[in-house]
Design a protein around this ligand. Structure first.
Ligand SMILES: Cc1cc2nc3c(=O)[nH]c(=O)nc-3n(C[C@H](O)[C@H](O)[C@H](O)COP(=O)(O)O)c2cc1C
Length: 305
């Protein structure tokens, strides 16, 4: 599944510190056989140079008034499958909300009929500012899409909501937008994944080789198809993108409890976890080495029944 292959992404870059992540975003799309046309605001050029984006994308950086006979903003607006603005500043979101078109990026957003996706990035107080929140709400009602920012350390030194999502997460939203069928729009899907582990003694466990890869593939497929997804994960080796809510569990009992507590929420339950069939009798003390031992195993509860 690679919804970026052969598609043209118009990547708008505005003047926020997160613009320094953009070369990696461009490289990732190009590596996945997508075409990226970067368009920078004047202030974005203070955070990432046009030359760097030209090298990473292989595309010439365009300007609004470079060709008057056939305006660049009109041709680019028609050429792209999707416009992604990353990072999207407080200022730029306000401009689009106000219907201002005074540079190449805002002109082509005014002219395009392709989906437009904003990845806001800013200080937490700017993010919570009611003017911005009103602008986002009203733009959403007009069909513009927003990638909710994450929480964590911000460039200004504070901590909180407002961080632009990392590149792999931005791409999940881009791919969802490019996915041709949204057959599961409005559906809630609960997915279990990874492997459970059962304690033998205070330091040892019995587990299995489940990596969680199957659950990760499933969660992406359901997300691309438009569903709202939640995960319940046992021990796993894969990184789960932070846009997906995850409840981490260890044992079969914990897995069962988590599934039962979320069961009412979901329309579809996919049980991809490798759940232990047996639970060992747990020793209170660490079992001493050097002697042959016999482990007594009792059947684990069957979550499906
Ligand atoms: C060092 C620095 C970092 C900034 N980071 C952000 C930011 O992350 N998000 C934001 O909305 N504005 C940020 N700003 C403010 C914008 O650069 C400013 O609003 C500018 O007018 C945006 O222009 P543009 O939207 O046309 O690109 C920052 C300004 C400075 C000086």
């Amino acid at each position: 599944m690679n919804f970026l292959c052969g598609r043209t992404i118009l990547l708008g870059v505005t003047g926020g510190i997160a613009a320094c992540k953009v070369p990696f975003l461009v490289r990732e799309i190009v590596n996945r056989n997508g075409r990226v046309i970067p368009v920078l605001t004047e202030n974005a050029k203070k955070f990432v140079t046009p030359e760097v984006l030209e090298v990473f994308s292989g595309e010439r950086i365009r300007e609004l008034f470079e060709r008057l006979s056939s305006p660049v903003h009109i041709s680019l607006a028609g050429e792209c499958d999707l416009v992604l603005v990353a990072p999207a500043t407080f200022n730029f979101i306000g401009k689009i909300h106000a219907g201002i078109a005074d540079d190449l990026l805002s002109c082509l957003i005014a002219a395009t009929r392709s989906p437009v996706l904003f990845a806001p990035a800013m200080n937490k107080n700017m993010w919570r500012n009611p003017v911005l929140q009103r602008n986002i709400k009203e733009l959403e009602s007009l069909g513009y899409k927003f990638i909710p920012p994450g929480e964590g350390p911000l460039a200004c030194g504070e901590e909180g909501e407002g961080r632009m999502r990392e590149v792999p997460e931005l791409l999940l939203f881009v791919e969802r937008e490019l996915c041709p069928e949204k057959r599961l729009s409005g559906k809630k899907v609960l997915i279990t994944g990874g492997g459970t582990e059962e304690e033998v003694d205070p330091v040892r466990v019995i587990t299995n080789r489940s990596s969680g890869r199957m659950a990760l593939s499933l969660v992406k497929a359901f997300f691309f198809a438009g569903a709202e997804v939640k995960l319940i994960m046992g021990r796993h080796e894969v990184d789960i993108p932070s846009i997906f809510p995850v409840k981490n569990v260890r044992t079969v009992e914990e897995m069962k409890e988590a599934v039962l507590s979320e069961f009412e929420w979901c329309d579809i339950l996919v049980m991809a976890a490798a759940v232990s069939d047996f639970i060992p009798e747990r020793k209170k003390e660490k079992i001493k080495k050097g002697k042959e031992i016999t482990l007594k195993l009792k059947p684990a509860p069957d979550i499906l029944s």
